[in-house]
Structure formats: structure tokens, C-alpha cells
Design a protein around this ligand. Structure first.
Ligand code: PEP
Ligand code: MN
Length: 367
């Protein structure tokens, strides 16, 4: 193999997978729970005629001990049976070298590295060693932290082990920010990946970004906007009974509706006739996010006000206000926002925060 930096090194998706209108659609349950659950979900998914690859977690990385950790290798022969029945290639997460070896033994078509694995170069290297020379296709999720080099490093390790059927997956990043999403999308990072590896297929996992099925469509749409090559979506025939990630799994029927909406929208996009109606829907979604952000900002201000009161500090702290305005203006400039508009917006936000804190203080003093 030539150096990890050579060009045209990734096999184009269409050369080894069947795509739907140019999109790679990976779908399937978060975890395999039983043969019946896998079969019911897979059959319904195959019936949509949209799916390129069936995904299913067999070993589940759980944050705390004592939770359902997947059925383990027992599920691998089930996946082979399902593949024979549906004709769909199957993908499984390999979090350790022995998982990768078992996947190879059972003829699993694709393995994927989860976000908790990509973050660990030692483990990625061990898995790369386990598949060395086999050409096993690998999907590589971004690491849990927004570190592009960890992501490219994992891709290079797999590439250097001789696998060049690789797909990167943006599944969002862990954050302490208050947000409706489970893992915030930081689109600059997958775009940065595309800039350094332009021929690398890149898809989005809106399920793990959203963490809740209500937000999956808007995340998926954003990824289509950014010309990503497809989606990995968690799908379960009875999401409410799922043993892992029940909130973010959708039914095969909902998956079909999602894809149809995206394709319709994508079609109108490429025809340059982005309808007023769809633009308005996007504006509605933006406003919803703005309102949620405003509400969380004000509740943070209220909390800061309580601390200031306990410390006997003044509500108005001109130094902090000046620093904040300067910092936000700098950020806004990067985003191409008009400084006058940003100034008015920040002033309004500041006035509202002061009003909220003063009102709280007044109320307390009357108690
Ligand atoms: C998964 O795909 O089921 C999973 C565990 O994802 P992630 O590694 O993105 O958290
Ligand atoms: Mn999951």
C-alpha cells in the first residue's frame, strides 16, 4: 500500500454497495435483542426497497455496568440468516479485536468503529491489526470529542491495514451545553474531514445526534444540505420496546417516510426550485431552536443572578459585559453577521438578563 496520504484510495460507494438515488442508506436496530426482533425489523426494512445495508449492534458499549450489553456473538449466525433472507449486507460494531475476528469468521459484510472506539488509538490499531489484509470494509464514526485528527488517524490506521472500503460517519459530539440534541453536530468537523480526504464517503447518523426521534428529520436534512453521501438511522419494528436507545429509534415505516421526504426535498433542491414552503419550514425549525436557546440563556442568567445576590455582588458588571460583547462580535464576524445587528441583539439580550435578575432580587427582598 502506498502512503496513507495518497489520493483516490477509497473505493467509491457505488462500486461495492447498492445505493438509492445515489444515497447510502444504512438502517437497523440499535441492538439485536432476539432473532424475532431482528427478523421483523429487517424484513420490514427490506420491504421499503430503500436500504443499502442493515446495521445491528451485537456488543453494546454501555456507560454503566448492569445494563443490557447486547446478546453477543450468538447474534452473528442470526445476521447471516437474515442476510440470506433479505439479500441485505449486514454491519456490526466491533469494539475490540476479538469482535472483529468473530465478524470475519461469520462473514459479516462490514464492521463499524463506534465513537467510543475511534477516540482510542490503541484500540483502533488493535482492530486494524485483527482485520489486516482481509479487506474488511469499515465504517468509522467520529470520536466522542470534536478532534478531527483522532478521526483521520483512525481512518489512516484502517487504510494502512489494507482496507479501502471505508465510510466515515458523523454522529455528533458529546457536550455539556444545554441542547435538545444528545450529541451536538459540529458540521465543520465532517467538512474538515472532507477537505483532507475528498474521496472518502461520508454519511450522517442523525439518530445519535438527535437522541430523540423528533429531531431526526431536521438533522438528516442538514446533512443532505451539506452533500453527505447518506444516512445511518436506527430503526426498530417496535421502538418503545427497544432495550437500547428507545427514544431515538424509528419504525421502518417512519424510516420510509423520512427518506421519501428527504428525496423530495433533495430533488427540489437540485432543481434550484427550493420551494417557498420548504424554506418556510426550515425557518420555522430555526426559530424553534432560537427560542429554545433564548429560554436556556435566560435561565442561566437567572441562576447567575442568584449567585451574585448570595455573594452580595451588583447585577451590573460592566467589565464582564464589555468582554462578552467583544467576544460575541468577534464570533459573529466569523459567521458573516452584520456588527450593527449583533450589537442591537446583544443589547436586547443584556437588558432582558438584567431585568430578569432585578425582578428576582426584588421578589426575594419582599419575602
Ligand atoms: C450505535 O451506533 O449503536 C452506537 C453505539 O453509536 P455511537 O458509537 O455513535 O455512540
Ligand atoms: Mn444506539
Amino acid at each position: 500500500m502506498s502512503s496513507a496520504a495518497s489520493v483516490d484510495r477509497f473505493v467509491p460507494l457505488a462500486d461495492w454497495l447498492s445505493l438509492h438515488q445515489g444515497l447510502l442508506l444504512v438502517a437497523g436496530p440499535c441492538s439485536v435483542e432476539s432473532f424475532d426482533q431482528l427478523q421483523n425489523t429487517a424484513r420490514q426494512l427490506a420491504h421499503t426497497g430503500l436500504v443499502s445495508v442493515l446495521r445491528a449492534g451485537v456488543w453494546k458499549p454501555r456507560s454503566r455496568p448492569g445494563q443490557f450489553e447486547g446478546v453477543g456473538s450468538e447474534a452473528l449466525p442470526w445476521l447471516s440468516r437474515i442476510r440470506a433472507g433479505t439479500g441485505l449486507p449486514v454491519a456490526v460494531e466491533a469494539a475490540r479485536p476479538d469482535h472483529a475476528e468473530l465478524c470475519l469468521e461469520h462473514g459479516i459484510d462490514i464492521i463499524w468503529l463506534g465513537a467510543r472506539t475511534t477516540v482510542n488509538p490503541f484500540m483502533v490499531q488493535e482492530i486494524a491489526n485483527a482485520i489486516r489484509g482481509t479487506g474488511m470494509p469499515v465504517m468509522i464514526k467520529n470520536p466522542v470529542s470534536p478532534d478531527l485528527r483522532l478521526w483521520t488517524g483512525a481512518i489512516e490506521r484502517i487504510l494502512m491495514a489494507g482496507s479501502n472500503k471505508i465510510i466515515a460517519i458523523h454522529r455528533g459530539f458529546q457536550t455539556h451545553q444545554k441542547t435538545v440534541y444528545r450529541n451536538i453536530p459540529i458540521w465543520e468537523i465532517p467538512l474538515g474531514l472532507k477537505a483532507v480526504m475528498p474521496d472518502l464517503p461520508l454519511i450522517c447518523d442523525p439518530s445519535h445526534i438527535a437522541g430523540d426521534k423528533r429531531w431526526i428529520a431536521e438533522v438528516a436534512k442538514q446533512s443532505m444540505h451539506l452533500q453527505m453521501d447518506g444516512l445511518m438511522t436506527e430503526t426498530h419494528y417496535k421502538p418503545s420496546e427497544a432495550r437500547t436507545d428507545p427514544e431515538q429509534q424509528i419504525t421502518p415505516g417512519e424510516f420510509r417516510d423520512l427518506v421519501e421526504r428527504l428525496l423530495k426535498w433533495k430533488g427540489s433542491e437540485t432543481g434550484m426550485s427550493h420551494s417557498l414552503e420548504s424554506l418556510r419550514r426550515e425557518i420555522d425549525e430555526c426559530d424553534q431552536k432560537l427560542l429554545e436557546l433564548l429560554a436556556s440563556r435566560l435561565s442561566l442568567s437567572r441562576e447567575a443572578g442568584r449567585i451574585k445576590r448570595k455573594q452580595g455582588a451588583d447585577i451590573l458588571q460592566p467589565g464582564r459585559q464589555q468582554d462578552l460583547f467583544a467576544d460575541r462580535q468577534q464570533r459573529a464576524r466569523v459567521l458573516g453577521l452584520d456588527p450593527g445587528f449583533v450589537e442591537r441583539l446583544l443589547t436586547l439580550l443584556h437588558e432582558e438578563s438584567v431585568a430578569v435578575q432585578s425582578l428576582d432580587r426584588e421578589r426575594r427582598s419582599k419575602q
